[in-house]
Design a protein around this ligand. Structure first.
Ligand code: HEM
Length: 475
């Protein structure tokens, strides 16, 4: 097979390149191989491929097999893409594996069905309601810390995913389901992992009806999820207090559409699974990368110790402390910049679509990548460096809108963005008050899957954090 040869390090288009004039300049693109287009280069190393596309220009044409694609790198074009979904552009179909697990939940729906579901789910996770879950977040983190001992080696990723799993199950189904996560959590994890495998290797090209061991595991996991969610929902309905509690399930049971209709059992199941899958691994992975980055950046860690000592002085954090922990929040934002769990977004041009003032052929897939955009030196000087201070509102240069979009944007922006930020800040604050994690080894390059994961295990040794009174003033 002929390998595509890509130009070696072409000069990027100047930041001010005129993209929307009456006679737009031709759109550059990488060399393609017959029939496959750029599929081999993309499949081999998607992150490297996107970075190379950014190097070719702000708008780049490429092909994924027979499919015409346009890659966007400028924040204003990414903004056009994100805000145009559900109007000028279509949300992509996520495939049968997603449908099997998430059913017809908000993530897998489009058009009027999506609009109705989004309106029904939104109240459950609106920022004001996140406060009700802060206690669960800190309790679960404190319980984890209570079992940790200085000197112990931990698998950081496993610890963080276990923690966010407990938080997800308890915030969804209530603290009285603590322990039930032993059934729901592993099944959700298998489902999530097997959805990811559907997008890798040869399985990508297999029709859904071809049986594989992975698909068998996926179907078994979905049966467990269905049974467990039905059991909790049914118990809640029979107890008669289904709508009175603070957990997300209660909010879904209490939701009414414009006609005053509640969600049916299948709809409740689909949204509950969507909230779990949407929130657990994304937040757990963010926390894993945050510990990895903190261990490699002692200066940022020292400032974290200083902030926690000043604001909390050893007491547990609560929801109202989040606004007083700006450095902790900047650590999370900078982690999401360098290792965005969702690393690509796509939309499909409808008839008559335009982008950057150009007509775009119907069916063209518009791509943007958080990975490549977040490392664009035009908006993030010294882009590979972990610098939480770039998120200071007075920092210069200011980050343009849509240059950082870990939570997407526009009408389909992440419904759990506030939930995730509060969870990450509170978990980090609770654990970092008591422990440092000295992560072993050197670089841990990310691996693409459903989310961007460390390719190597993240192992580290727990060290007791400096007590608040002993944190140096000039951290
Ligand atoms: C660091 C953590 C998270 C990241 C990086 C993240 C990222 C995203 C992104 C990029 C999207 C847009 C996907 C698209 O348009 O195709 C999205 C959608 C969504 N997220 Fe999150 N998410 C996170 C946490 C959460 C949490 C904690 C929840 C729930 C509590 C959640 C619930 C949702 C839902 C329901 C949608 C679908 C919105 C719609 O289609 O209208 N996410 N998320």
């Amino acid at each position: 097979m002929t390998q595509p040869t890509e130009p070696a390090g072409p000069a990027p288009l100047p930041a001010s390149a005129p993209l929307a004039t009456s006679a737009p300049p031709p759109v550059p693109g990488p060399r393609q191989v017959p029939l496959l287009g750029n599929l081999p280069a993309f499949a081999r190393d998607p992150l490297g491929f996107f970075t190379r596309l950014r190097g070719l220009g702000d708008l780049v044409e490429w092909k994924l097999g027979p499919q015409r694609a346009l890659f966007l790198s400028r924040p204003e074009h990414i903004g056009e893409l994100l805000t145009g979904v559900e109007t000028r552009y279509r949300h992509p179909e996520l495939g049968w594996a997603f449908k099997l697990v998430l059913g017809d939940g908000v993530v897998t729906s489009e058009g009027p069905a999506w609009r109705r579901k989004r309106a029904l789910v939104q109240p459950a996770v609106r920022p004001r309601r996140v406060r009700a879950h802060a206690g669960t977040m800190t309790d679960c983190a404190a319980a984890l810390a209570a079992g940790w001992r200085p000197g112990r080696r931990v698998d950081v990723r496993r610890e963080m995913l276990g923690l966010t799993q407990r938080i997800a199950v308890q915030t969804l189904f209530g603290a009285d389901t603590a322990g039930r996560e032993s059934a729901i959590g592993p099944a959700m994890d298998v489902a999530q992992r097997e959805i990811g495998s559907e997008f890798r290797g040869l399985t990508l090209f297999l029709p859904p009806w071809v049986p594989t061991p992975g698909r068998h595991r996926l179907k078994k996991a979905v049966a467990v999820i269905d049974r467990e969610v039905a059991r909790v929902t049914d118990h809640r309905r029979r107890a008669g207090d289904g709508e009175a509690r603070d957990d997300l399930l209660s909010r879904l049971l209490a939701a009414r559409d414009e006609e005053g209709e509640p969600l049916g059992d299948k709809e409740i199941r689909d949204e509950a699974v969507t909230l779990y899958i949407g929130g657990h691994e994304t937040t757990g992975t963010t926390l894993t990368w945050a510990w990895y980055l903190l261990s490699r950046n002692p200066g940022a860690r020292a400032l974290l110790d200083r902030e926690l000592a000043d604001v909390l002085a050893g007491r547990p954090p609560g929801h109202d402390d989040v606004k007083d922990l700006p450095w902790t929040e900047r650590i999370v934002k900078e982690t999401l910049r360098l290792y965005p769990p969702v690393w690509l977004m796509t939309a499909i041009a409808k008839e008559g679509s335009t982008l950057a003032g150009r007509p775009v052929a119907e069916g063209t897939v518009l791509w943007s990548s958080q990975w490549s955009a977040h490392r664009d030196p035009r908006w993030f000087p010294d882009p590979e460096a972990f610098r939480p201070e770039r998120w200071d509102p007075d920092a210069s240069p200011a980050v343009p809108d849509h240059a950082w979009f870990p939570f997407g944007g526009g009408a389909r922006a992440c419904l759990g963005a506030r939930f995730a930020m509060v969870e990450a800040v509170l978990v980090l604050a609770t654990l970092a008050q008591r422990f440092h994690i000295e992560v072993e080894g050197g670089e841990n390059p990310p691996r693409t899957g459903l989310t961007l994961q460390p390719s190597l295990p993240v192992r580290g040794t727990l060290r007791a954090a400096v007590p608040p009174g002993a944190v140096p003033r000039q951290a």
